[in-house]
Design a protein around this ligand. Structure first.
Ligand code: ZN
Length: 462
């Protein structure tokens, strides 16, 4: 029945036939292919080897030693960022935001320090794309700060990914800012994510995406499942900061699968599967693994779009385990379980997404939808209010069946702030709009109303 409606819409839409024929700006994005191709496995093997060499990187471990503990590991990461910056003419500013925290897993106030590199955007530096992973590691007892905790996959793999993405992306100039965050305190209560999310808020950064990576170095699951050509990408369904009023509105207007984090995840999947051959991004419609979490949630807690990559399947004998052999089975998160070519594909996934997002203008603002009790759907919006609007060519309107997971239909509109879809009934579809640059870079699709907004334009009480 819906296909019939679309056919009818096409037949009725003589006036918009030209528009439908317009493909939009040509896609001139060779840089993305070059970025994907430049990601290498060997530097990541070296990174994880170095990280494992610090014995433990537990958040409560020694900070004075130069060879063991979280302090030595932090300084090593700082040195890596400094070296990458030197190679790009000082393009990275390295900062170490920190907070003294205590909690159920941090009995005495302890400084949680992140190591962060900032690659300032040339067009709109306040627009920020964040890549994150956590440096700290643990064994079976989360309070044990002295036993060897190699953390090769959890989350040495993520740290290696962030450093390798920085090495490659720092060779390019982007309109928006890219922030590379190597975080601490994750295993003790996701503290490092909170430190960085707050640091971003204090600087009035507009965080358009946090791409978090936690356990991305292996694909073989404990039961023998898993696929080396797939990665999982977790995203929250609705914004964590949604008000009861907004939830009531969503109940009647839809959007329970269309928060900005979800549409960011869809964007990554669609983009990356074009650039990396024989590779699939499996979207998981859940904030993270069942009952478990990671640092992207700190961004979600402030209302920012944030998602988390995880390997295709997991072997729990290699996570949060004392190093030991039991009944002939080796336990522990050791480097021999890391597949560096697999890690390189997930790193390329992140780098392509982080390289594409700044090329697009921000998604439209104040996106609204109307059309109830009429045969047509009308979307209205404001142009993104940022300096990058200069690079804006227009907008692409997307729609899909309400039970479809991916956007299936689209139509190009030029530099307008209203789009009418004649004969396409608002009741039967989900709709969204993406901004498009003159060189064909598209923003994520934004769903109308506060449920889908990438930018929170209304200040809310905490
Ligand atoms: Zn982790």
């Amino acid at each position: 029945m819906k296909a019939g409606l679309v056919w009818a819409a096409a037949a009725l839409c003589a006036a918009c036939a030209v528009r439908e024929a317009e493909p939009g700006p040509p896609q001139d994005q060779a840089a993305l292919g070059a970025i994907a191709g430049a990601i290498a496995a060997e530097p990541m093997r070296q990174t994880i080897h170095a990280l494992v060499g610090f014995g433990t990187r537990h958040t409560l471990s020694d900070t004075a030693s130069d060879s063991r503990g979280i302090g030595a590991a932090r300084r090593w990461v700082q040195g890596r960022f400094a070296a990458i910056s030197q190679d790009c003419g000082g393009c990275l500013e390295v900062v170490t935001p920190a907070q003294a925290v205590s909690g159920p897993r941090i009995p005495a106030p302890t400084e949680v320090m992140d190591v962060v590199a900032v690659q300032q955007g040339s067009g709109d530096p306040q627009r920020v794309i964040v890549l994150t992973a956590h440096l700290d590691s643990r064994v079976s007892d989360v309070m044990n700060a002295s036993a060897d905790a190699p953390g090769a996959d959890d989350d040495g793999s993520g740290v290696a990914l962030v450093l390798e993405a920085a090495r490659v992306l720092s060779r390019y100039k982007f309109r928006a800012t890219i922030v590379y965050g190597v975080l601490s305190g994750e295993e003790q209560g996701l503290y490092g994510g909170k430190v960085l999310a707050q640091y971003a808020r204090d600087r009035h950064w507009q965080v358009e995406a946090d791409l978090n990576n936690d356990i991305v170095g292996a694909w073989l699951g404990q039961s023998g499942s898993g696929d080396s050509r797939r990665v999982r990408l977790f995203s929250e369904s609705t914004r964590e900061t949604e008000t009861p009023q907004e939830a009531r509105q969503r109940r009647y207007q839809g959007g329970e699968l269309d928060g900005p984090s979800r549409n960011l995840a869809r964007y990554v999947k669609r983009l990356v599967e074009r650039w990396i051959p024989d590779w699939r991004v499996d979207l998981v419609y859940r904030v993270d693994r069942f009952g478990r979490g990671s640092d992207h949630e700190a961004f979600n807690a402030l209302g920012d779009p944030a998602v988390c990559f995880r390997g295709s399947a997991e072997d729990y004998r290699h996570q949060h385990q004392d190093l030991r052999v039991e009944n002939g089975v080796a336990y522990g998160d050791t480097i021999d379980h890391v597949d560096f070519d697999y890690l390189a594909r997930i790193t390329a996934t992140n780098a392509v997404a982080a390289g594409a997002l700044p090329g697009a203008p921000a998604p439209p603002e104040h996106l609204a939808i109307a059309g109830a009790v009429t045969p047509d759907t009308v979307l209205t919006w404001h142009a993104p209010a940022d300096p990058q609007a200069a690079a804006l060519a227009g907008y692409r309107v997307y729609w899909r069946d309400t039970t479809e997971s991916a956007w299936t239909h689209s139509r190009w509109f030029g530099d307008v702030t209203e789009a009418k879809l004649p004969g396409i009934v608002i009741d039967d579809w989900a709709f969204g709009v993406a901004s498009v640059s003159t060189d064909g870079y598209e923003s994520p699709v934004e769903f109308p109303g506060p449920v889908g907004a990438f930018r929170l334009t209304v200040e809310r009480a905490p």
